[in-house]
Design a protein around this ligand. Structure first.
Ligand SMILES: *Cc1c(COP(=O)(O)O)cnc(C)c1O
Length: 362
């Protein structure tokens, strides 16, 4: 087959290794693992790796991804981790065995949808602990919802409670923050008179608690996406290294369409770029540059992709072109050459949703 660019190469073997590393970390601490696949739009080939490695749940925020996973023959229980839309509950009970919830009205409607399907659907009630995205802020309302599911909604099972940290509010998953969550979980347990099966203590940003050995004992489930698929947030933002994690599961390849020596500072009266921004341009004289045929439409922010080769630097981008400084590249770069980039969560969410980008698995 003739090559077509841009393409995203996915190393399923490296992905599988990463899943196993994080799963072993969790296992040793009595923590169940939900493999979150939304960061790369959840294609079934990758979901199979999560199943092979034996994760307890496969999780996504998007029903179409979970539907795709089920259609691909994956049997691992699926979990929908975006609190549900009232309009998708019929689909939800088919696509997922578990879901995160935070609204009493939705719980009542979900109970009916599960009843119509003739199944018991498992719910995890989200508890707000300060990151200020989803979850019950009022403890009274949390307990009310828990009692409702426990006693009055026959087609729902209250599997547990969960918390979200490090998302909207950038709140750190410290031991104290997760202990706050455990305290709220115990309020629920006291009200319903039994222990909850699941205390889901966050995602990748909670992994440092395992590494430091100070995860509150009652937290027994994590929902990990970035830390498995990309492995970049831990070293770059939290300054932890998880031994053996591959940071190159995904490699982006784009084709060079122009190579020319040009000035580094624009010439003329400067207004705004194609996106209404006023970037600052450093004048470094005349340098060799390459344009590759991929742009913001495909990956979002050009500084969220990183050339693999030393000496190549991203200067900026418009919708469909990315401009690279190749003055210090270790080889001659010509039109038609292919440049490789490492990607991260923030670029992958776009790249894997772009119809222009082809997947290649190996
Ligand atoms: C995306 C998401 C996760 C996974 O987050 P990572 O930082 O990628 O590990 C976990 N829980 C919820 C509710 C999410 O939306």
């Amino acid at each position: 087959m003739k090559s077509r660019y841009p393409c995203l190469e996915v190393n399923l073997f490296k992905l599988r290794e990463n899943i196993t590393i994080v799963k072993n970390m969790c296992d040793k601490n009595g923590i169940k693992l939900a493999g979150v696949i939304k960061g790369f739009s959840g294609f079934a080939e990758a979901a199979k790796m999560y199943e092979d490695a034996g994760v307890d749940f496969i999780a996504s925020s998007r029903l179409e991804q979970l539907e795709q996973v089920k259609a691909g023959g994956v049997k691992t229980p699926c979990m929908c981790i975006r609190i549900a839309m009232l309009s998708e509950l019929e689909r939800l009970v088919h696509a997922a065995e578990y879901s995160l919830q935070s609204e009493i009205e939705v719980l009542k409607a979900l109970d009916k949808a599960a009843g119509r399907k003739g199944t018991i659907h498992n719910v995890i009630l989200m508890v707000e602990c300060g990151d200020l995205r989803e979850g019950f802020w009022s403890e009274e309302e949390l307990v009310e919802a828990a009692l409702l599911v426990e006693n009055d909604l026959p087609n729902l099972y209250l599997a547990g409670v969960g918390v979200n940290v490090g998302c909207y509010g950038s709140v750190n998953a410290t031991n104290a923050k997760l202990q706050e969550f455990v305290d709220k979980a115990e309020l629920v347990e006291k009200a319903i008179g039994r222990k909850l099966d699941i205390l889901s203590g966050g995602g990748t940003s909670s992994l440092p608690r395992i590494l430091d050995g100070d995860m509150p004992e009652r937290v027994n489930m994590l929902r990990v996406g970035e830390g498995i698929a990309f492995g970049k947030d831990m070293p770059d933002y939290y300054f932890y290294d998880i031994e053996g994690i591959n940071k190159d599961v995904f490699i982006l390849k784009a084709e060079v369409v122009e190579v020319k020596r040009k000035p580094t500072h624009p010439i003329g009266e400067l207004v705004v770029d194609a996106f209404g921004n006023k970037p600052v341009y450093e004048d470094r004289g005349i340098r060799n540059r390459a344009l590759v045929a991929i742009g913001r439409v495909d990956y979002g922010d050009p500084f969220d992709i990183e050339p693999v080769e030393e000496g190549i630097k991203v200067l900026g981008a418009s919708s469909d072109h990315t401009i690279l400084d190749i003055e210090d590249a270790g080889r001659e770069i010509k039109v038609g050459d292919v440049i490789e980039f490492g990607i991260r969560y923030s670029s992958s969410v776009y790249l894997t949703n772009s119809p222009n980008v082809r997947y290649v698995f190996y």
